[in-house]
Design a protein around this ligand. Structure first.
Ligand code: SF4
Ligand SMILES: [Zn+2]
Length: 360
């Protein structure tokens, strides 16, 4: 199935159905509590990382903010981060979370400061707190990675932190270069041309860009999802220092979870991740994947027997960019995956009857 046909299958969903899907998603997300302790960070761990081709360690810190502004209005179809926020979070409480998480910093060269949404969204992190955190962090590590929607990347927000630009990598949740997929599958009110404009702006100001792509949003077949991710990786490669392929996982209180529980969604195969990495690597940009929940029913998975081996190869490739580590991977389930790719006529499968979103 071609890319355009895939767009057609998304478009073939009727407007009333799409509205019902969104309403169902919003209803699911409204179950999220947002009641975390405003003075305690969500989590913090050390992981392997690579900077300029050299192995190192990164400290990952998840801060509890008031939550993603978009998630509080509707939210992306796969995102359950609202569960990791605190409606009582304040500038001071987030600063205390940061300080307490940074007690875990030792020899890590990279600091990843994630929130339940966007570091550049003033609703979550005020400009004053943003600078306070970056001033502190830039004195301690070589690289700082923060996540943000591209809607918050403006010359004003970047200008306010531009003195740290050489250390900052902006990890941007683009998801897909296809606006139909963005709007109807991901339920993200974005467009690709805006991403390109802001990535260009950030690059011109010295910031690095990491582009997140979503592998297998709902309402796409396995084969279409691979094509969409590869096409997106190719289109963003010239403006991205890193492209991160994020296979969809089943998070709580989301549209994707709703579909999964109805038996209408399967997270992508790890073989699909391998395929996307292989085909995108030709773009010349660093392409990597660190699949969340991989090897479980809620994450990207294969048959269970080969998952560990395939995941190790994905991790190895992600760090060192040697395509040869993906060669020679095989398992009996690979032929089942190949059969799955042939079942691309999901436009017929995804009918009004398959999705009864009258889940009142
Ligand atoms: S994926 Fe990002 S933009 Fe979408 S709802 Fe989650 S935090 Fe918000
Ligand atoms: Zn297998």
């Amino acid at each position: 199935m071609t890319h355009m046909q895939q767009v057609g299958s998304v478009a073939s969903l009727s407007q009333p159905l799409l509205r019902r899907i969104r309403e169902a998603g919003t209803r699911e997300r409204s179950k999220a509590k947002r009641n975390l302790d405003p003075y305690s960070y969500v989590s913090c761990w050390t992981e392997e990382e690579s900077v300029d081709g050299k192995d190192c360690k990164a400290l990952v810190v998840i801060l509890a903010t008031r939550g993603c502004s978009w998630a509080l209005r509707s939210g992306c179809s796969m995102c359950g981060y609202t569960n990791e926020s605190s409606s009582a979070a304040t500038e001071e409480s987030i600063w205390q979370q940061y300080l307490s998480a940074l007690r875990n910093l030792s020899d890590q060269k990279v600091l990843k400061i994630y929130t339940s949404g966007s570091f550049l969204d003033t609703f979550e992190i005020s400009p004053v707190l943003r600078r306070r955190i970056l001033e502190d962090a830039s004195a301690r590590v070589e690289r700082i990675v923060v996540e943000t929607r591209h809607e918050y990347i403006t010359s004003a927000t970047l200008g306010h932190i531009s003195d740290f630009s050489d250390k900052i990598m902006l990890a941007v949740g683009l998801e897909s270069a296809n606006d139909m997929v963005l709007n109807y599958s991901v339920n993200k009110p974005s467009n690709f041309s805006h991403f390109m404009r802001t990535a260009r702006l950030a690059g011109s100001m010295g910031f690095k860009i990491k582009s997140y792509l979503m592998l297998k949003p709902p309402f796409t077949s396995e084969a279409d999802a691979i094509d969409d991710a590869v096409r997106t990786a190719q289109l963003v490669s010239s403006l991205s220092n890193t492209v991160s392929v994020n296979p969809t996982n089943i998070q709580k209180d989301t549209i994707v979870e709703l579909l999964w529980k109805k038996g209408a969604y399967r997270p992508p195969w790890l073989w699909s991740v391998v395929e996307v990495l292989r085909r995108s690597a030709e773009s010349g940009t660093r392409v990597m994947s660190k699949p969340t929940g991989a090897g479980t029913v809620r994450g990207a998975h294969n048959c269970g027997k080969c998952d560990k081996r395939v995941l190790e190869a994905i991790a190895d490739f992600s760090r060192h960019q040697r395509i040869s580590v993906l060669d020679g991977l095989d398992c009996r389930c690979r032929s089942i995956w190949k059969e799955d790719l042939k079942l691309s006529n999901l436009g017929a499968f995804y009918t009004e009857q398959d999705y009864r979103f009258d889940v009142s």
